[in-house]
Design a protein around this ligand. Structure first.
Ligand code: NAD
Length: 260
């Protein structure tokens, strides 16, 4: 599992899962681009990796903005000369029943998850095809790419949508040696999850402890959260896999919450 001489762009890499993937990638030998809407946090993450001896570039990028994505990917290529791996990871959550969900919140979530995955894929895939060195595209799905939960309509719809995009990119990318796979984590303790625990408690009229035990971890085999390191290990494995034998797949990492 070696990413030596590879360059990876990870969106949403200034926090949580994306940040851990960036750290795991640099430890596996890759140069990493921390692409995030939060410029300050992206710069801090890149600095930390740099101080540890890694090669990291911070790029301010709103993945739902077409021009911003094009400019950001150009910056990565100008700095590193290539993009071998894309991790489309940036995401948000919004908790509301369908009947209370505003169109603006529906569109905002879909734009970040799905438009963002499309725009970053298109920009990187064009480069990968032209460069002729193959590549790997990883999408951050979720157990919610496979099944549903209440209060999460746009999130579940977007994560299911990523599965379709991943399969198409796997087919179109194959002749150029570009693989596409979807990572589907269970609940991971990041700011995205910490924010929704009190929100779900309020919506459902239960305690935060009950949200964790009776909703988030209820169907796991051992009552444990998945960790950012678990997800990052899987990302390194998928990014460094050497052939088209492993493409168009969705891999669940969830302490058995979802079994395929
Ligand atoms: P997080 O909130 O810790 O990190 C998300 C990052 O995305 C932040 O740095 C944020 O600034 C960035 N971001 C948000 N909007 C952006 C935009 N428009 N453009 C660029 N960057 C943007 O969340 P996380 O838990 O690490 O989530 C990362 C991904 O993992 C998301 O796609 C999420 O849906 C997915 N996921 C998370 C869990 C979980 O339990 N935490 C489970 C399954 C899937």
């Amino acid at each position: 599992m070696n990413l030596k001489d590879k360059t990876a762009m990870i969106t949403g890499a200034a926090s949580g899962i994306g940040r851990e993937i960036a750290r795991a990638f640099y430890k596996a030998g890759a140069k990493v681009c921390i692409a995030d809407i939060s410029w300050e946090a992206a710069r801090t993450t890149a600095q930390e990796i740099g101080e540890e001896g890694g090669d990291a570039l911070a790029v301010a990028m709103d993945v739902s903005d077409e021009q911003g994505v094009e400019t950001g990917v150009q910056k990565v290529i100008a700095s590193f000369g290539r993009v071998d791996v894309l991790v489309s990871n940036a995401g948000i959550q919004h908790i509301a029943p369908v009947v209370d969900l505003s169109f603006a919140n529906w569109r905002r979530l879909i734009a970040i998850h799905l438009d963002g995955a499309f725009l970053t894929t298109r920009a990187c895939l064009r480069h990968m095809q032209a460069a002729g060195r193959g590549g790997s595209i990883l999408y951050m799905g979720s157990v919610h790419s496979k099944q549903a939960s209440p209060l999460k309509a746009p999130y579940v719809a977007a994560k299911h949508g990523l599965l379709g995009l991943c399969k198409v990119v796997a087919i179109e990318g194959a002749q150029f040696g570009v693989r596409a796979n979807l990572i589907c984590p269970g609940f991971v303790r990041t700011p995205l999850v910490d924010q929704q625990i009190p929100e779900q408690a309020t919506r459902l009229g239960i305690t935060e402890e009950e949200v964790i035990k009776k909703i988030m971890l209820k169907d796991t085999v051992d009552g444990e959260f998945t960790t950012t390191a678990d997800v990052a290990d899987l990302a390194v494995f998928l990014a460094s896999f050497p052939s088209n034998a492993l493409t168009g797949q969705s891999i669940v990492v969830s302490h058995g919450w979802h079994m395929q």
